[in-house]
Ligand binder design. Structure first.
Ligand code: FES
Length: 116
């Protein structure tokens, strides 16, 4: 079902937990934007893979079951992100599936806008 809702939790470095709903096919960035989530500086390039401010860290088990691996563009941009981990992705490049309902991702404290 296309309009199925998927719950996502964004855990921020300051301890806040922001819960939001997205639709299947939305990116994590879409979820942040559509719910007007208050995450400072997030998604500065609006999903054009030029900023890395949408960096999220996934739990290893979630990372492993994402349907798509990071592409070249995403990897290059992740290399510029602060606090890069083995389970880092760009939120604008992660698309929600029904299976991801309840997903929790960590938003690292420092965001780095690669354009600056
Ligand atoms: Fe800029 Fe994802 S929003 S790289």
């Amino acid at each position: 079902l296309k309009d199925e809702k998927v719950k996502v939790v964004f855990k921020l470095a300051d301890g806040r937990r922001l819960e939001a709903q997205g639709a299947v096919g939305d990116s994590l960035l879409d979820v942040v934007v559509n719910n007007s989530l208050d995450i400072d500086g997030y998604g500065a390039c609006e999903g054009t893979v030029t900023c890395s401010t949408c960096h999220v860290v996934l739990k290893p088990e979630d990372y492993d079951r994402l349907p798509e691996e990071a592409g070249d563009e995403e990897r290059d941009m992740l290399d510029l992100a602060y606090g890069l981990t083995d389970t880092s992705r760009l939120g604008c490049q992660v698309t929600l599936t029904r299976e991801m309902d309840g997903l929790e991702v960590l938003v690292p404290e420092s965001v780095h806008d690669a354009r600056s």
